[in-house]
Design a protein around this ligand. Structure first.
Ligand code: ADP
Ligand code: ZN
Ligand code: ZN
Length: 749
């Protein structure tokens, strides 16, 4: 066999000119250890830099006199797990990112920074045969030394601090024993523990019919080592138990598991349940861990000490070698999408990874994204539905309150009479309530408080965005604009304005209505510090508070048996975001938050306040009617050629000089138009193309424009536009401007 002698190395620095494989020779003394995926030190110019070996080749284009040897191997084994390299090549094509950007997804920063491992001292007995004799020698003079030896006789080795504790001896006893050569001290790696809360072990319950059926389907997939399952189960239908059973099945087959949750801090209960069921076999990965914690959890995974990884988005890159199952809880959540390069969606990485590793993907949600559900009914995914809550609980009764009528009746408060009465009842019964203020879209749209009319674009089915600077309303899909209306174009009322209500204002009003109520607020202001979520939710669970008031954060995954009332203020505020997904997001949010009520024997009640009681997203959510909503929304998407009936490609351009980015955007459009005109495939595939200021025109002093390219869904068109995008990246790279290319943007804001 010919020895492959040229290592293709990616340099660990982010710069377009370095975005390729550089060949190095493998020195004789390293030839057994250099494999694909190892981290190495290589000479580069006059410096020495870190890099990763992605290929081993027999031939090279580099002239032999210029090629240099690898200097050093940095870790004992490959830093990248075996299927990572294929994923990295795939990500580069799919996301138009640099090699190194893809590689860094897999590597904890602590490794690259050569972070120190945490060490502790272990005392080891030198010779077990002599220990009785030694004890006799020291017993009379030093009880401490004798005590240490007696403990070591039982245990052979022990952490130094524990040993001192147990024996009651002093440090000097250890020194004397060392001098005599009876013991030695070794350093041992320890891991920082990111989840210090002790978890009570639990056992799997007896499954009901729906759970058993779901479990069966997943079990078959695991046996075959392939398949994507969409598990749509109403809130409280026992999905988490199904996930845990699936994990057990995979473990029993010797395979490993990744469990993805939208955001660890928002779903401590789910994480806790996995820890409770699987204990030390679970590692936790997410971005709020300290660098040290993250590095240590990664090392535990890499060295096969754990079999289950629970984590947020980035955990999909966990370095497991025998992956058999990926579970994605609340798979519809937007936090699975990365908004920094590489702009991946964890579901797409998971799907690719499962197909490489022979693993099964389970997507779970009470409200699957339209895209996922569409794939399921098209037969691309296996669909399992769990329509009933566990036990005999029913889904809560939902009441819609028309806030226009409240205003007519002279109620100018943020609380309708119905919600006020419900809160009062709840408090006197010593039960708890959750109040959601939907602040997404705050002050972006303009609506009439008398008739509910929302000002929309005349060309597109999206609401117009209010731009304070120009005192104008604009459509960011087609560029249409009009002046700020002084009266409602529908009913001539003058109560037309952009609006929203912050959590603080609601808090003040609640205190006026119920002076003695114990009120807990959860929003970005109160949850800044690490662990803050946990504290808030724990206090609420211990029933130290009557009402939990918050933004989106309170809608997700919480399971509190004493919560019998859920109230939603301004249900429609997200309906009017300039986004084709705004109805879907609203439906999901309302369904999720309604699911927080009535999760035990006490029945639940939900009050939704809205200015648009007739909107289909609100109506279907109040009837717990997912498929009704799905049918209606799908029709609208088809009518307006929105995803899944088209792909939207977005290029976000930002820079400090407004004029510069406007010109840049215009040049880019011209370049694109010309390329499309020259190519039949691109021409056929294109639906429309345009450059507009982004709805939020400036963030952190950078001006923002975006190019939106809408194309047909056939694979051949998609590939053609991927090729085009590659050229666009090269043509338009600038140091001062940033052009972010996104083939599946979730947000167009
Ligand atoms: P979901 O994830 O769909 O919201 P969970 O798995 O959290 O549902 O289940 C809701 C509640 O019912 C939890 O408290 C869970 O422990 C309990 N539960 C789930 N399955 C069963 C079962 N088969 N028997 C008894 N209790 C169950
Ligand atoms: Zn009106
Ligand atoms: Zn428009």
């Amino acid at each position: 066999m010919i020895k492959r002698q040229y290592a293709g190395v990616v340099i660990d620095q982010i710069h377009p000119s370095l975005d390729k494989l550089f060949h190095y020779t493998v020195p004789e003394n390293l030839s057994d250890q250099i494999q694909i995926g190892v981290r190495v030190q290589v000479p580069f110019g006059h410096r020495s830099v870190q890099g990763y070996v992605l290929t081993l080749d027999d031939e090279t284009d580099v002239p032999l006199e210029r090629i240099k040897p690898i200097k050093k191997l940095l870790d004992p084994g490959p830093a990248l797990h075996s299927s990572a390299t294929s994923l990295i090549f795939w990500m580069k094509k799919e996301y138009h990112c640099m090699f190194i950007e893809a590689i860094r997804c897999f590597i904890p920063p602590g490794l690259r920074m050569n972070m120190k491992k945490k060490k502790q001292l272990v005392v080891v007995l030198e010779d077990t045969d002599c220990v009785d004799e030694w004890i006799k020698k020291v017993e009379s003079r030093s009880p401490g030394m004798a005590a240490i030896l007696k403990i070591l006789e039982q245990n052979e080795s022990m952490l130094r601090d524990e040993l001192l504790d147990l024996s009651g001896a002093s440090q000097s006893s250890i020194q004397s024993l060392l001098k005599r050569g009876y013991i030695r001290i070794e350093e041992e790696d320890t891991y920082r523990n990111p989840w210090p809360i002790a978890q009570i072990p639990t056992k799997s319950p007896e499954f009901n019919e729906e759970q058993a059926a779901a479990s069966k389907v997943i079990e078959n997939c695991i046996r075959e080592g392939k398949g994507t399952v969409l598990l749509r189960g109403v809130t409280g239908s026992g999905k988490t138990e199904v996930y845990m059973r699936a994990a057990e099945l995979a473990l029993a087959k010797g395979r490993e598991v990744i469990v993805l949750v939208p955001e660890i801090s928002l779903t401590p209960q789910t994480v806790g349940r996995f820890k409770g069921r699987f204990g030390n076999r679970v590692a936790i990965l997410h971005s709020r861990l300290s660098l040290g914690e993250r590095y240590d959890e990664w090392r535990r995974i890499r060295s096969n000490e754990v079999q289950i990884v629970v984590g947020a988005r980035s955990a999909v890159f966990a370095p497991l070698e025998r992956l058999g199952l990926i579970i994605m809880d609340e798979a519809h959540e937007d936090s699975y999408k990365s908004e920094v390069r590489p702009r991946y969606h964890a579901r797409d990485i998971a799907a690719k990874r499962c197909s490489l590793d022979g693993a099964v993907l389970v997507l779970g949600s009470a409200t699957p994204s339209l895209e996922d559900y569409y794939k399921a009914i098209q037969g691309e995914y296996l669909l399992i539905e769990m329509k009933n809550r566990v036990g005999c609980q029913t889904l809560p009764q939902v009441e819609i309150v028309d806030m226009r009528l409240e205003l007519e009746m002279g109620n100018r408060s943020m609380f309708s009479n119905a919600l006020y009465q419900a809160l009062k009842h709840c408090i006197t019964q010593k039960e708890q309530a959750i109040l959601l203020i939907n602040r997404r879209g705050y002050a972006h749209f303009v609506s009439c408080r008398s008739c509910g009319h929302v000002v929309k674009c005349r060309n597109c089915d999206v609401s117009l965005t209010f731009h304070v600077r120009e005192d104008a309303l604009k459509c960011h899909y087609c560029g249409y604009r009009e002046g700020y209306p002084r009266i409602c174009p529908e009913c001539k009322s003058k109560y037309i304005k952009h609006f929203g209500a912050g959590t603080q204002r609601v808090e003040e009003e609640l205190h006026q209505l119920f002076p003695t109520v114990r009120l807990l607020r959860m929003d970005t202001d109160t949850t800044g510090r690490k662990g803050a979520h946990h504290k808030i939710l724990d206090a609420f669970e211990r029933q130290e508070y009557d009402i939990l008031l918050g933004t989106q954060m309170v809608a997700k995954g919480l399971d509190f048996p004493n919560v019998t009332l859920v109230g939603v203020l301004a249900a429609d505020s997200a309906l009017n975001l300039p986004d084709y997904r705004s109805s879907e997001k609203t439906f999901q949010l309302l369904t999720q938050v309604a699911g927080r009520a009535g999760r035990s024997s006490k029945p639940g009640r939900v009050v939704i306040q809205t200015y648009q009681p007739g909107h289909y997203a609100v109506r279907h959510a109040s009837n717990h009617d997912y498929s009704g909503f799905f049918q209606r929304e799908l029709q609208i998407r088809q009518q307006f050629s929105y995803p899944p009936f088209s792909h939207i490609i977005r290029v976000l351009i930002t820079g400090e000089e407004e004029k510069e980015i406007v010109n840049f955007s215009k040049n880019m459009i011209q370049w694109l138009e010309k390329r499309v005109a020259d190519n039949r495939l691109l021409q056929e595939g294109l639906i429309d193309l345009g450059a507009y200021p982004a709805p939020i025109e400036r963030i952190k002093n950078r001006y923002r424009w975006q190019l939106l390219i809408r194309i047909r869904t056939d694979e051949k068109y998609l590939q053609a536009f991927h090729h085009l995008a590659e050229d666009l990246n090269k043509e338009f790279y600038r140091d001062t401007l940033s052009a972010a290319l996104d083939f599946k943007p979730l947000s167009l804001i």
